[in-house]
Design a protein around this ligand. Structure first.
Ligand SMILES: Nc1ncnc2c1ncn2[C@@H]1O[C@H](COP(=O)(O)OP(=O)(O)OP(=O)(O)O)[C@@H](O)[C@H]1O
Ligand SMILES: [Mg+2]
Length: 292
């Protein structure tokens, strides 16, 4: 087997570190600007795993930059630029880092689902609802929903919790709650239409929003990447998914769903996952524009 390049698991820049998340190392560049470096770290079932997926950070940063540009007519976003060939930073962070506007984060994961899968499927099987939204009877795993649904959750240290509409309104106010829902659904529909032309289905995705210095709402974090979205090859459910599914499948096959120290991950699983991220990049924005 061809051996993979090393994965980047951690960065140590001589800048103030603001936050080391499950995937990104975020540094402060100035009072209004952050440097977000996507490492190759991978998480599953909300746990960070001790290995990385080579090239993953570059894929998620370049895809995010691509989508921020493609969706700026829908809503402003935090991206100032993707770092590349910039000698003020070490070369190992090029193409995997974004300079962004610092935001006051809205602590909500704005999830939109076009298909019944994952936690929404489990909830539907229990209650006939997904994210509190009543759905028609008789839907099956992977089925397209009549219309995309907005199923926001909290952002918690460990497991995120579904947010009822009333709770969301209480957190951010009526007006902002409506903007989050409308913009999330609009972004989903736009992206789903774009990827359909590449032969891909956008099953679901997650957005994050924040306020800029003028208290205007903007899109932040990452956008329409395999870490924040489910992309399926082909129309509808059934084909390969372009994300960390090989990881999840391997861990599930061992019965590991977090909690205890993660098991050893074989090289084959890492390699297959790396290949899926590369495929996602190629299929979604490869060759469209040299700047991504
Ligand atoms: N423009 C921004 N201003 C401030 N914070 C941001 C901005 N964009 C993204 N973030 C935050 O930076 C972090 C990105 O790191 P990463 O994705 O690794 O975190 P994470 O492990 O997903 O953490 P969390 O559970 O907090 O989302 C997220 O917490 C995200 O909410
Ligand atoms: Mg994140």
């Amino acid at each position: 087997m061809k051996s993979l390049p090393d994965a980047l698991l951690k960065t140590n820049l001589s800048l103030p570190l603001v936050y080391r998340g499950k995937v990104r190392d975020t540094y402060e560049l100035s009072p209004n600007e952050l440097l977000m470096v996507a490492t190759d770290r991978i998480s599953a079932f909300d746990f960070s795993l001790p290995c990385g997926v080579p090239g993953k950070g570059e894929v998620v940063s370049r895809l995010s930059a691509f989508w921020f540009s493609a969706t700026s007519h829908i809503i402003p976003n935090h991206l100032i630029r993707l770092v590349d060939h910039d000698h003020s930073f070490p070369e190992y962070i090029w193409r995997r880092s974004m300079v962004v506007r610092k935001a006051k984060r809205i602590p909500v994961e704005c999830i939109v689902r076009g298909y019944l899968f994952g936690s929404a499927l489990l909830e539907y099987q229990r209650s006939g609802k997904a994210g509190g939204v009543s759905l028609p009877e008789g839907l099956v795993k992977g089925q397209k929903l009549p219309v995309p649904i907005f199923t926001p959750t909290t952002k918690e240290e460990k497991h995120d919790r579904p947010l009822e509409v009333e709770e969301l309104v209480e957190m951010v106010g009526n007006e902002v709650a409506l903007v989050l829902e409308e913009k999330s659904v609009e972004l989903y529909l736009f992206a789903a239409g774009e990827v359909r032309r590449q032969g891909i289905t956008l099953a679901d995705t997650k957005f994050e929003f924040g306020y800029d210095g003028e208290h205007e709402i903007m899109l932040i974090d990452e956008l329409l990447t395999p870490d924040s979205s489910r992309f399926w090859v082909g129309e509808g459910y059934g084909g390969r998914s372009l994300d960390k599914q090989p990881f999840r499948d391997f861990l599930s096959s061992l019965g590991w769903e977090g909690g205890t120290p993660p098991p050893f991950i074989p090289q084959e699983v890492i390699q297959e996952t790396s290949r899926r991220y590369q495929e996602a990049y190629q299929k979604l924005c490869g060759g469209k524009n040299g700047s991504y």
